[in-house]
Design a protein around this ligand. Structure first.
Ligand code: UAG
Ligand code: ATP
Ligand code: API
Length: 544
């Protein structure tokens, strides 16, 4: 898939003096016209303004010469950047402004003409559920005949054109260009994920969402945000008039409840909890009376009855929507309800929303069942374990995913997980703990180790799993070096535990590579699972 850097066909060439006035900066050198903007020297299009920003690794001014070589005609930077340009003998016309990252959005909006968007824009934030909710909405809008745009972790889509996503939320330069292209191609609605990094780093500046959604907040990214409160406040900034017109807030957690009270735009609240106040209540179909789930609040019990855990109602006391979650788990009912409320807020009526959400979305790597390749193996093998690949990479998500799979498990529930290197270290033990409390067998392995020693990461996850023993967590723990070997182990153990066993392979979901020391090795959990299933089916693969 190509990288998402399309530019609109219609350009708004603008003198840098006008941009300097817009952002409160000064011009050094002659006034020139620029027709685009980028902050990555590798992505320069001739005629661009290169925004040379200070960063954690380097100052972008270091790459200005390369950007000019590639066709940039002017530079936007701060006084430190200007010093670096002078030291490097770079004499190109330059706009100098302090805090240049914070002006890139308005500059991009001017150059790409995105101040008046002719499409409906939805922004989804929250620790977990952004991708899933965005796909549910995209699928519903498509079912209504709309041409849609999608921007998120898994991919970027403009109508039928698919582009690779480098990050969950692109930089402002890429975002405004994408929105302009979407307008040109007649996109009716765009749903995008808005990460806390993006909100902190001004990536969505200059964009006002018609509807902003907040799913939940739990520990993640504390390598980037100093505290949970900073993380929360980053998310909360989406619910201010500079960034959105109205919000839909899930108040199942305390952060959502606080957000509902401090939001600077009108918000509609939703809860799946009976004892929490909200505008809308999600009520799952009642579970059968006895012998079902051990958790009374969980409507997702197994067993034969007419009860279907996917069905639920969403009601504000006067209007009731009857909805169905296309994906398993309590949390996916919440994601579906959030999608429904966002569609209602955008002006669709209740019957239309119900109908639209009956579409069958495919959300890559989210509670995705993997079966043997039908071409090779002739379809389902009832004797093999059910294997689900999921993107749970926080303790909350691991707990939620395992809870969702428990009712489908009549044998052993086996989980394969690791934790990412160069990411929040505090979540590793918590993820191990959640795994040990939710599964019968825990296979700890590598996620994306990045620059870290994988065995050190595994040990942190295992330590959390071991600590859970005192609270009833499983002690059937395995430390397996290498993710493919871990998947083999899990599938084989589940097979040995007999029919009804389930394997959850979590953390990498849709990812197709594994980052080891900066090199991305091709790796797809779904392919590895299919291979492991085949091996078990034919009795050919390794042992514990
Ligand atoms: C912490 C973080 O998000 N950092 C991002 C930030 O880095 P930075 O400001 O420190 O930049 P830097 O690497 O020091 O480089 C300085 C400047 O030089 C430029 N440069 C650099 C090299 C070069 O050859 N040419 C060039 O022009 C860079 O574009 C940048 O403007 O700006 C860079 C340029 O866009 C991003 O690549 C970088 O993302 C890093 C790689 C990253 O991993 N980000 C992740 C954590 C992230 O953003 N994740 C969220 C999802 C979170 C979630 O799960 O919710 C996301 O939205 O994807
Ligand atoms: N509403 C939810 N509440 C709790 N956990 C959830 C919720 N939705 C999804 N999850 C879990 O979190 C994982 C990640 O979900 P999803 O990809 O939709 O979230 P995300 O916010 O986009 O994450 P990321 O930004 O890291 O991609 C899922 O695979 C699932 O295990
Ligand atoms: N957007 C998240 C994804 C984490 C996925 C997991 N596979 C990992 O590498 O930690 C991040 O960049 O932190």
């Amino acid at each position: 898939m190509p990288v998402p850097s399309p530019r609109p066909a219609s350009l708004h060439a603008t003198p840098i003096s006008a941009l300097a006035t817009l952002v409160g900066g000064t011009v050094r050198g002659e006034d020139v016209l620029v027709s685009g903007v980028t902050l990555a020297s590798q992505d320069v299009v001739p005629g661009d303004l290169y925004a040379a920003l200070p960063g954690a690794n380097a100052h972008g001014a270091r790459y200005a010469a390369a950007a000019l070589e590639a066709g940039a005609v002017a530079v936007l930077t701060d006084s430190d950047g200007l010093d670096l340009l002078v030291a490097d003998g770079v004499t190109a016309p330059t706009v100098v402004v302090e805090g240049p990252r914070s002006v890139v959005g308005p500059v991009a909006r001017t150059l790409y003409g995105t101040s008046e968007l002719g499409l409906r824009l939805f922004g989804v934030t929250g620790t977990n559920g952004k991708t899933t909710t965005a796909y549910l909405m995209d699928s519903a809008l498509t079912a209504l005949g709309q041409t849609t745009g999608l921007i998120g972790t898994v991919e970027t889509r403009i109508g039928d054109e698919r582009l690779r996503s480098l990050r969950t939320t692109p930089e402002a330069t890429v975002l405004h260009a994408l929105l302009a292209v979407m307008q040109e191609r007649g996109v009716d609605s765009c749903v995008m994920e808005v990460s806390s990094h993006a909100l902190t780093q001004h990536r969505v500046d200059g964009v006002v969402y018609d509807v902003a959604l907040f799913t939940n907040l739990s520990q993640d990214h504390l390598d980037f945000h100093p505290t949970m409160r900073d993380y929360f406040l980053a998310k909360a900034s989406l619910f201010t008039p500079q960034r959105s017109r109205r919000g839909i807030v899930c108040v199942d957690d305390e952060w959502g409840r606080e957000l509902a009270t401090i939001a600077g735009v009108p918000v509609t609240t939703m809860t799946s909890l009976a004892d929490v106040e909200a505008d809308w209540h999600l009520v799952a179909e009642a579970a059968p009376p006895a012998g079902g789930s051990d958790d009374a609040s969980d409507g997702a019990s197994g067993g034969a009855s007419n009860h279907d855990p996917a069905d639920f109602t969403l009601s504000d006391g006067s209007t009731t929507l009857r909805l169905r979650s296309a994906l398993p788990g309590d949390f996916n009912r919440v994601n579906t309800a959030m999608a429904a409320l966002a569609l209602l807020a955008s002006g669709l009526d209740a019957p239309t929303v119900e109908r639209a959400l009956r579409s069958d979305p495919h959300v890559p790597g989210r509670m995705e069942k993997v079966s043997l390749d039908p071409a090779t193996d002739g379809g389902e093998h009832p004797s093999l374990p059910l294997v689900v690949v999921d993107y749970a990479h926080t303790a909350d998500a691991v707990a939620a995913a395992l809870k969702a799979l428990r009712p489908q498990t009549t044998g052993a529930l086996v989980v394969v997980l690791g934790a990412g290197g160069d990411r929040d270290r505090g979540k590793r033990a918590a993820m191990g703990r959640a795994a040990a409390l939710g599964a019968d067998v825990v296979v700890v392995t590598d996620d994306n180790p990045r620059s870290e020693d994988p065995s050190v990461i595994r040990e942190a996850v295992l330590a959390g799993a071991r600590d859970a023993a005192g609270e009833g967590g499983t002690t059937d723990l395995h430390d397996v070096d290498g993710r493919a070997a871990a998947i083999d182990t899990a599938v084989r153990v589940a097979h040995e535990r007999g029919p009804g066993s389930v394997v959850a392979v979590v953390g990498k979901g849709h990812e197709t590579g594994q980052d080891v020391a900066g090199t991305i090795h091709p790796f797809d959990d779904r392919e590895e699972v299919a291979r492991a299933l085949r091996a078990v089916a034919t009795g050919t693969r390794g042992s514990l």
